[in-house]
Design a protein around this ligand. Structure first.
Ligand SMILES: [Zn+2]
Length: 247
């Protein structure tokens, strides 16, 4: 190999390594930025919810029981180290639970009254944790606004804009994330609940009971959990068809 060729090869190598490092650096930088944005948006949505709903203080025993279930599920999910997941109980008779970006999970008192076991509750909570873990809400926000606009807002430090996006996140939560995201949350939810020590039969029992009791899903108290999701019978079939383990 000639001197010149060696020289070129060396420079090529240095350039390649430098490029790889800078790309990795940029990716890390944008990931950090996105995470920080997610936390701000989640926090803002959380504040809107607690201003609007009545937050319920459970008895210490009940609180501990709930927190224990929740902690076990969070420990099973992939984003446990980068987010601080929290669980808030709100007064509402409908059978529902929902999640905001960055791990703010809410349950209605109606759901707590409806579940027949810790495992059933774990199954519903695991589904909501899965929405956060798979970043469904943030992906939907990015699709709606575009990442460039989001970053622009972030750098301009426009807290009013963050509040608006927080509200957008809330709306998305109420509209649902779409069929595929729901199936994915079911799949990951089953994975998390099993990792936490609960049987997938628990969530299947929960869904089957809901279907049996509501028929077409006309009961307004129960309707809410159906309305934003694909048909429950389809979800049951998909969960039944999951391999063991689910992922
Ligand atoms: Zn869902």
């Amino acid at each position: 190999m000639g001197r010149q060729k060696k020289f070129l090869l060396l420079w090529g190598l240095i350039f390649g390594v430098a490029l790889a490092f800078s790309l990795r650096g940029y990716a890390g930088f944008f990931d950090e930025l996105e995470l920080s944005l997610e936390k701000q948006i989640g926090r803002s949505g959380y504040e809107s919810i607690i201003a609007e709903y009545q937050v319920v203080r459970l008895s210490p025993e009940e609180e501990e029981r709930l927190q224990n279930i929740f902690d076990r599920l969070v420990a099973a999910c992939g984003r446990k180290n980068e987010l601080e997941f929290s669980l808030t109980v709100v007064e509402d008779k409908t059978v529902n639970a929902f999640a905001l970006p960055a791990g703010y999970i809410f349950v209605h008192t109606g759901l707590l009254a409806y579940v027949e076991s810790d495992g059933e509750l774990a199954g519903v909570l695991a589904h909501e944790i899965a929405h956060v873990d798979r970043k469904h809400s943030m992906s939907a926000i990015k699709r709606q606004l575009g990442m460039a606009l989001l970053f622009q807002l972030f750098f301009s430090d426009a807290s009013e804009e963050i509040t608006k996006i927080g509200n957008l996140a809330l709306n998305l939560t109420q509209l649902g994330y779409g069929r595929e995201a729901e199936y994915e949350a079911d799949r990951y939810g089953v994975y998390f609940m099993e990792k936490a020590g609960y049987s997938r039969n628990e969530i299947l029992n929960f869904w089957r009971r809901l279907v049996a009791q509501t028929g077409g899903g006309e009961d307004p108290v129960i309707l809410q959990l159906f309305s934003t999701h694909p048909p429950t019978s389809e979800r049951i079939k998909k969960i039944e068809a999951l391999p063991t383990p689910a992922l």
